[in-house]
Design a protein around this ligand. Structure first.
Ligand code: SF4
Length: 414
C-alpha cells in the first residue's frame, strides 16, 4: 500500500529551498533559543554516544516555566556568540551527523518552514530569517505564485495557527471572507501598474474602509467593498488621489528612527542586524544635535542618489517580502484584533526595512541584492519574531495618535 499523503498549499519557492548547511552565513540557531520537544528530549536521553551524552547533560535543560508545552519541553543553552553547542567546526549539526535527521528536534527539522492550517489545508511557507530562503523567495523577479501539492502524512510540522473560517462562530465575523480578502490583498501587492508605495496606500484606503464597515457591523458588505476596489484598480482610478500625497522625508525618518531606537529597551542585539543599523546611521550621517530638517535632507539625498536608482528596478524584492508576509501571517487576522492594526503592522515592517536600506544605500553609495538580503534576513530574525517589541511599537503609534492613514502614508511614501 502506498504511503498516505495530504494536500498542502505552498509558494513555489519553497519547493526549491534546500538548507545550505555549512555554507550558510548565519546558521539558524545563532542568536536564538533552541526548543526541544518532549518526544525528542526522551530520544536524547536514550542516546549512547559519549560526546553527545556529555553535550546533552551540559547544555540541554528542562524548561521549568509553568506555561511550557510539549513543543518547548526543554531547551538548548547556547554558547558564546549565541552559537549552538552541537555545531561542529564546519557549522554542521553533530546530532544529525551521528544519528541522522530523524533525531533532530521538531524546531530544527522544520525551520525555516512555517505552517498554518486554513480550512483543513496545510499552508507552508518560509520565514525570511533564513538567508537561503530569503534569497530564493525574494530575488525572483516574477510574481510569487502558490501551488497545491501534497506531502506524506508523517511529515513533521509545527503548526503556528489553525483556523476554519466555515465554523459557526465566524458567521458574523470578517474571517469568513479570509480568502477573498487575502486574494485581494495579494492582487494589489502584485499590481505592477502602480509603484509599490502606491499599492500599499491603496491597501491602506481599503483597510481603513474595511475597519469602518466592521464597526458598522456590515460584514456581509465586504465582497461589495472588494469589488469596488477591484474595479477602481482596473480603471486606474486611484492615480489622482495618489499623486497628491507628498513625501515628507524628515517626518518619516524621525518617526521610524524613534521606532527603531525602541529596540534597545527591548534587548534586541542581533549582531548582524546591529551592523546593518550602524551602516544606516552612517549612511545618512545621523546627528542627534542636528535639526529634523538637516537629518531629513541627508536621508532624502541617500534615497534619491542611491536607494531609488536600485529600487526602481528591484521593487519585486519588497513586493515578494510583503506577499510572503500576508500568506505567512494569515493577514489580516493573525495577531491583531483590528484589521487596520494588522495593516499598520505590515506598514511598519515595510517602512523599517526601507528606512534601513536607504541608509545602507547611502553608506555603500548604492545597493546590491546581497546587501538587501542581509538586511531583510537579519531584520526578520531580530524583529519579526519579537512580539514584545512589535507590541511596543504599536503602542507608540496609538499613544501618539499616529495610527491613521495620514501617518501611514508618511511612512510609506518617498
Ligand atoms: S538558516 Fe537556513 S540555510 Fe542557514 S543553516 Fe538554517 S535552514 Fe540552513
Amino acid at each position: 500500500m502506498g504511503e498516505r499523503r495530504r494536500a498542502i498549499l505552498v509558494p513555489q519557492y519553497l519547493k526549491e529551498f534546500r538548507c545550505i548547511g555549512s555554507a550558510c552565513e548565519d546558521s539558524c540557531c545563532v542568536g536564538w533559543r533552541v526548543d526541544i520537544d518532549n518526544e525528542t528530549f526522551r530520544k536524547y536521553q536514550k542516546v549512547k554516544d559519549e560526546e553527545l551524552t556529555d553535550l546533552f547533560s551540559k547544555y540541554m535543560h528542562r524548561n521549568r516555566a509553568t506555561n511550557h508545552t510539549d513543543a518547548n519541553y526543554a531547551k538548548i543553552k547556547l554558547m558564546d556568540e549565541s552559537r549552538c553547542p552541537f555545531l561542529n567546526e564546519s557549522s554542521l549539526c553533530k546530532i544529525q551527523i551521528k544519528r541522522g535527521p530523524e533525531y533532530l528536534s521538531d524546531v530544527c527539522t522544520t525551520y525555516p518552514r512555517i505552517t498554518n492550517i486554513v480550512n483543513d489545508i496545510l499552508e507552508k511557507c518560509a520565514t525570511m530569517s533564513c538567508p537561503e530562503a530569503a534569497r530564493i523567495a525574494l530575488l525572483n523577479p516574477k510574481e510569487m505564485e502558490f501551488d497545491e501539492c501534497d506531502e506524506p502524512v508523517t511529515a513533521r510540522n509545527i503548526v503556528r495557527t489553525q483556523i476554519n473560517t466555515n465554523e459557526l462562530k465566524f458567521n458574523n465575523r470578517p474571517h469568513k471572507y479570509l480568502w477573498e480578502i487575502r486574494i485581494f490583498t495579494i492582487t494589489v501587492l502584485q499590481d505592477r501598474k502602480y509603484r509599490l508605495s502606491d499599492r500599499l496606500i491603496i491597501l491602506g484606503l481599503f483597510y481603513q474602509k474595511l475597519q469602518e464597515y466592521l464597526e458598522e457591523k456590515r460584514v456581509d458588505d465586504i465582497p461589495i467593498l472588494i469589488g469596488t476596489y477591484v474595479d477602481n484598480l482596473e480603471k486606474e482610478a486611484f492615480g489622482e488621489s495618489l499623486s497628491g500625497i507628498p513625501a515628507k522625508y524628515h517626518i518619516q525618518m524621525e518617526l521610524l528612527k524613534e521606532i527603531a531606537d525602541k529596540r534597545h529597551e527591548m534587548g534586541i542585539n542581533s549582531a548582524r542586524y546591529m551592523e546593518c543599523f550602524a551602516e544606516f546611521m552612517n549612511g545618512i550621517q545621523y546627528n542627534s544635535e542636528a535639526t529634523m530638517d538637516e537629518n531629513g535632507a541627508r536621508y532624502r539625498e541617500a534615497w534619491e542618489n542611491f536607494y531609488e536608482p536600485y529600487m526602481k528596478d528591484h521593487e519585486y524584492i519588497l513586493e515578494n517580502y510583503l506577499v510572503n508576509y500576508v500568506f505567512k501571517s494569515l493577514f489580516p487576522f493573525d495577531e491583531e484584533a483590528e484589521v487596520f492594526d494588522a495593516y499598520m503592522m505590515m506598514v511598519i515592517h515595510y517602512a523599517l526595512i526601507k528606512m534601513n536600506l536607504i541608509g545602507i544605500a547611502g553608506y555603500h553609495k548604492g545597493l546590491t541584492d546581497q546587501q538587501v538580503i542581509r538586511l531583510i534576513q537579519s531584520f526578520a530574525k531580530a524583529i519579526e519574531h519579537n512580539v514584545t517589541y512589535l507590541n511596543a511599537i504599536k503602542n507608540i503609534l496609538k499613544e501618539n495618535d499616529y495610527n491613521k492613514m495620514t501617518y501611514m502614508a508618511i511612512l510609506i511614501k518617498n
